[in-house]
Design a protein around this ligand. Structure first.
Ligand code: APR
Length: 173
């Protein structure tokens, strides 16, 4: 797997990268999990910007960009992962699309480093062992299309999840 993809255990909201990627919902009005943590640390300006810029929210599989407000990161890229329904409701395609669109949007904005959580692997119930190869395959392909992106870091609260994604990356080569 390319040197441009890294893995670490930590709190995504504290990452010092150009953009952090939020695992949002279609309403784009905050929520629980990493979405809630990002809004708490970014401050109320983030919600206000989401309401102002994206009154219609964001469809699953797509991505929207806002400022980082009180976060270290200059931008937040909000993407909406699929809710796991057993694997036959286009979940893999939608999860791949989240990563591809987030990276394309980052490249459009001159972003060189971004940090992802394990999208859909929490409340949305996507089995991490199934999500990891889909997410990593999509990121690898997107990085080939966007050479301006220098670093994608996956950040996990849970060390086991970090190890799972890192092992999946080794298998992908
Ligand atoms: N840093 C890194 N990872 C985190 C953090 C954090 N601060 N907080 C949570 N996570 C991890 C979770 O442990 C999980 O592995 O992010 C992954 C994604 O979990 P969720 O945040 O639940 O996101 P998701 O499964 O995509 O569900 C999205 O949950 O929070 C709501 O508003 C959100 O409705 C949306 C839904």
């Amino acid at each position: 797997m390319t040197e441009r993809i890294r893995f670490k255990r930590g709190d995504l909201t504290k990452e010092r990268v150009d953009a952090i990627v939020n695992a949002a919902n279609e309403r784009l009005r905050g929520g629980g999990g990493v979405d809630g943590a990002i809004h708490r640390r970014a401050g109320p300006g983030l919600l206000a910007e989401c309401i102002e810029l994206y009154s219609e929210g964001c469809p699953t599989g797509e991505a929207r960009i806002t400022g980082g407000h009180e976060l270290h990161a200059k931008y937040v890229i909000h993407t909406v992962g699929p809710i796991w329904e057993g694997g036959s409701a286009s979940e893999p395609e939608l999860l791949a699309a989240c990563h591809a669109h987030a990276i394309a949007l980052a490249a459009e904005h001159g972003i060189k480093s971004l940090a992802f959580p394990a999208i859909s692997c929490g409340v949305y119930g996507y089995p991490p062992e199934k999500a990891a190869p889909v997410a990593l395959g999509a990121v690898k392909e997107a990085l080939e299309q966007h050479p301006s992106i220098e670093l994608v870091r996956f950040v996990f609260l849970d060390a086991d999840l970090r190890d799972l994604f890192s092992a999946a990356a080794d298998r992908l080569g």
